[in-house]
Design a protein around this ligand. Structure first.
Ligand code: G3I
Length: 305
């Protein structure tokens, strides 16, 4: 196949990208996105600050713009994200305790209900574990509402959209030897053991010098899969350039294809100039929309699988 999406589909997988609403008027951008990708994540437009700017007043216009573009072009949608310590609207940042818990659950319910039937997978909870060696939960206003806030969010999401796969999504859970990875693993294991609804783990996989692609990545993917959840690579980007970057993209794809429950890969943007990393060249297309070495190694690896 000669596109990422078609090549991934040959093994039953998807290949996706994050889409930014403000770029949908850029025809070079939409041409590449439409040609290459089969799964779309809204980069910012379904987050809490975008969808509930005032408490109880929901605004789905920006999220709907991306959802409509995706569905009109025959793409599937990942939902990102229902509950997160970051990018909260101002009113939520100032809340604590039972009122915040109730507001969070209402947010999950309302947003998941609005998009019911349209979402392949939801990042129900994003980035709930702390960085570093403790394996602890990240301190946040949501965490301070009680340790069960994550499972409460998952139960609310399941009730609102029973057809969507429900994912826990985080970064720096790629290296099997890191405490944060083990913490996420233990969360998924605990949820599966206790019957808390969870269907997938999202590994963001933002690789850079501080958190490089780990040689044990395949072990991590397989270990999560062995718990009985799908594994999705949800925000892939790889710092670097040239052959080294291309080789790392190839290894990520090979690792996913080696794990039957690794069901898809999403890169976090289309061209280098679209990346959230203000400098650097972490994506598959250069700023002029040309295919990079990393694109060709990714496509080759998908076709080889
Ligand atoms: O749209 C406004 C614009 O009107 C304003 O003038 C400008 C001034 O700063 O800000 C613009 O909003 C920015 C938005 O991106 C759109 O470009 C926000 O400031 C900026 O904070 C926001 O950054 C996003 C970031 O999440 C926020 O946490 C990035 O685009 C987005 O790629 C990034 O994505 C996250 C995932 O959600 C979770 N995992 C990590 C990943 C990378 O940080």
């Amino acid at each position: 196949s000669d596109t990422l999406g078609e090549a991934a589909a040959e093994s039953g997988r998807y290949f996706g990208t994050a889409i930014a609403g403000q770029r949908l008027s850029d025809s070079q951008y939409t041409t590449i996105a439409n040609r290459e990708f089969t799964m779309i994540t809204a980069e910012n437009e379904m987050k809490l600050d975008a969808t509930e700017p005032n408490q109880g007043q929901f605004n789905f216009s920006r999220g709907d713009q991306i959802a409509n573009w995706a569905l009109q072009n025959g793409k599937q949608l990942r939902g990102h994200t229902l509950a997160w310590h970051s990018q909260q609207p101002g009113w939520m940042q100032n809340m604590e305790g039972p009122a915040l818990r109730q507001a969070m659950l209402n947010h999950v319910t309302q947003v998941a209900t609005h998009y019911r039937g349209k979402i392949h997978s939801w990042d129900v909870v994003n980035e709930a574990f702390a960085d570093g060696g403790t394996g602890a939960r990240r301190d946040s206003n949501l965490q301070r509402t009680g340790n069960d806030w994550i499972e409460a969010a998952f139960r609310a999401a399941r009730a609102a959209d029973p057809g969507a796969k429900l994912c826990y999504n985080d970064y720096n859970i790629d290296n099997w030897s890191w405490a944060k990875t083990q913490a996420a693993y233990n969360l998924v294991r605990d949820f599966k053991q206790r019957g808390v609804p969870i269907d997938c783990i999202g590994l963001q996989s933002h690789f850079n010098s501080g958190s490089p692609y780990p040689n044990n990545y395949r072990t991590t993917l397989q270990s999560f899969a062995d718990l009985g959840v799908d594994v999705q690579i949800t925000e892939l980007d790889i710092e670097g350039s040239g052959q080294q970057q291309a080789d790392t993209y190839r290894r990520v794809v090979e690792d996913c294809l080696a794990v039957s429950r690794c069901t898809g890969i999403t890169v976090w943007g289309v061209r280098d100039s679209d990346s959230w990393r203000s400098q650097g060249t972490p994506l598959l297309f250069d700023g002029n929309g040309n295919k990079k070495q990393a694109y060709y190694s990714t496509l080759d690896a998908l076709n080889a699988g």
